[in-house]
Design a protein around this ligand. Structure first.
Ligand code: MLT
Length: 411
């Protein structure tokens, strides 16, 4: 008889965003005339940059000609894209990252889950609370946890609370952990990490032979010149960190799909026999076996991000969403709410008014203002009493949503 992976039964009801969609769909069906504005999931709304579109159209034409047609590409990605990423995203910032240490993929969400394939089952794993749910759920699926308690915390995970008291940046744990997920600029709180904070993590990881999974999917939103974009800006990070990057939020590729992961060749972890094994070799093996590469057309689109024209167009997109974030921050602050994030990040993290629970506030906002946000408790127990607003939407929708909240909820 076929059996299932019982670990899936430990997962909480549904992945956060499908659960939100379920509630929104039920509301929309019951209220067909409601003009719902979605500031929940961090999905981009503005069109792909012209430079990316032009490059992709050209690539499509090449695919229509026998002499320039391409079949399977290298699983790791085409060299012309890898070299541009290495030069512009890393070497230009003084980071020692070689093109051969970069792996192109179809998403950071997939990679942050898939990376667990190359690690053992007995690692002690630390996540922040609140946290991007994928880090937790993929560990549950892999059997790295026990069941969840009433607050939704899984037995076996080390939760590092991020709160207003620590500026939503986790404190270095007093215990020893093996794998640590860090996300900066942070999803969901919009917090950022200074070089000093990341250095403390790198020092901890090196002292404890731990590996940091550094999710930098939102690095393009950093406008403060003092803040690090990559963990490799910190000395020693090549010995303890894997970094995840994405074209989703800088170039609007959420539907186009392209991302990359950096695994330095200097990174090792222990085999059962006590020997040190290069993680690059394992990830390369995994990637080549389970993945056939991102399409040529999409990689040409991603390459255009690094052209002069592409860089300027991307900057415009980022500035546009950051201005949305500013409007959200200012309007909600003026309405008397406690507001965090949204400065070097596209997410604004807000305390619910009148001590309402996150889901109660979510429902109230949906019913009273027809505005969708993400309940903070969906990101972890410490997110209870907060909600996240995404700045990814049109200016018109952001302004209208803020007006509805100010007029109908907080006045
Ligand atoms: C979010 O809303 O947290 C993001 O859209 C998640 C993602 O990028 O997968």
């Amino acid at each position: 008889m076929a059996t299932i992976n019982d670990n899936y039964l430990k997962l909480k009801a549904g992945y956060l965003f499908p659960e939100i969609a379920r509630r929104v769909n039920a509301f929309a069906q019951a209220n067909p005339d409601a003009k719902i504005i979605k500031l929940g999931i961090g999905d981009v709304t503005e069109p792909l940059p012209q430079a990316c579109r032009t490059a992709m159209i050209k690539a499509v034409e090449e695919m229509g000609d026998r002499t320039s047609f391409r079949g399977y590409g290298p699983e790791q990605g085409y060299t012309w894209l890898l070299e541009k990423i290495a030069a512009q995203d890393f070497q230009a910032r003084g980071c020692e990252v070689d093109a051969s240490e970069i792996f192109i993929s179809d998403g950071s969400k997939c990679d942050t889950g898939n990376i667990l394939d190359i690690f053992g089952d007995n690692n002690i794993i630390a996540v922040t609370d609140p946290v991007y749910p994928v880090y937790v759920d993929t560990n549950v699926m892999a059997g790295h946890t026990g069941p969840a308690n009433d607050q939704g915390e899984f037995e076996g995970l080390v939760y590092l609370p991020i709160t207003a008291q620590n500026n939503f940046t986790a404190e270095i744990p007093s215990q020893k952990v093996d794998l640590i997920y860090l996300c900066f600029p942070n999803n969901p709180t919009g917090a950022v990490a200074t070089k000093e904070h990341l250095k403390a993590w790198v020092d901890y990881a090196k002292a404890n032979s731990s590996i940091i999974f550094f999710d930098a999917a939102y690095e393009a939103y950093i406008t403060d010149a003092e803040l690090p974009h990559s963990i490799y800006e910190i000395e020693g990070a090549r010995e303890c960190a894997i970094e995840f990057r994405s074209f989703s939020k800088n170039a609007g590729f959420t539907g186009t799909r392209c991302a990359f992961t950096v695994v330095p060749k200097t990174l090792t972890a222990k085999a059962a026999d006590g020997s040190d094994v290069e993680l690059w070799k394992l990830w390369n093996r995994r990637h080549s076996t389970k993945f056939n590469g991102v399409s040529y057309i999409v990689q040409r689109g991603a390459e255009a991000v690094y052209s002069e024209e592409g860089r300027a167009q991307i900057q415009e997109l980022i500035s546009f969403y950051l201005e949305n974030a500013r409007i959200i921050r200012e309007k909600l602050t003026a309405a008397g709410l406690a507001v965090y994030g949204g400065v070097n990040a596209p997410y604004v993290w807000v305390q619910t008014p009148n001590g309402l629970s996150s889901w109660d506030f979510f429902d109230k906002l949906l019913h009273t203002c027809n505005v969708v946000v993400t309940p903070g408790s969906g990101f972890g127990a410490a997110g209870e009493g907060y909600f996240r607003i995404s700045a990814f939407n049109s200016r018109e929708n952001v302004e209208e949503a803020m007006k509805r909240i100010t007029d109908r909820l907080t006045s």
